[in-house]
Design a protein around this ligand. Structure first.
Ligand SMILES: [Zn+2]
Length: 95
């Protein structure tokens, strides 16, 4: 195994955020039938599992973007999240 999971508070927080984002995306897909980018309307976007290497640089990968950045006090609540494609997410910088 190349990468060992290290049980640190930071990693735990990151892991919980990933779980939360994935749950949000799955809920949106179920509700709307498909996922489209909130910013550029690209779609349908695909949900890749966090450990699916094909998703690492996939332009059609669905991500969850924070409307109010976490750095500025935005929460992980689903009403603070929008569906976002990877290029738009990268353009916006970290959220
Ligand atoms: Zn986009």
């Amino acid at each position: 195994m190349a990468l060992a999971w290290r049980d640190t508070p930071r990693n735990r927080e990151r892991w919980q955020q990933l779980q939360n984002n994935t749950a949000f995306l799955q809920n949106e897909e179920a509700r709307k039938g498909s996922l489209q980018c909130h910013y550029c309307d690209k779609g349908p976007l695909k949900i890749y599992s966090w450990n699916d290497f094909r998703g690492v640089n996939a332009p059609d990968k669905a991500t969850a973007d924070h409307v109010m950045a976490r750095a500025r006090g935005g929460s992980d609540a689903w009403d603070n999240l929008v569906v976002c494609c990877t290029p738009c997410n990268a353009r916006k910088g970290s959220s």
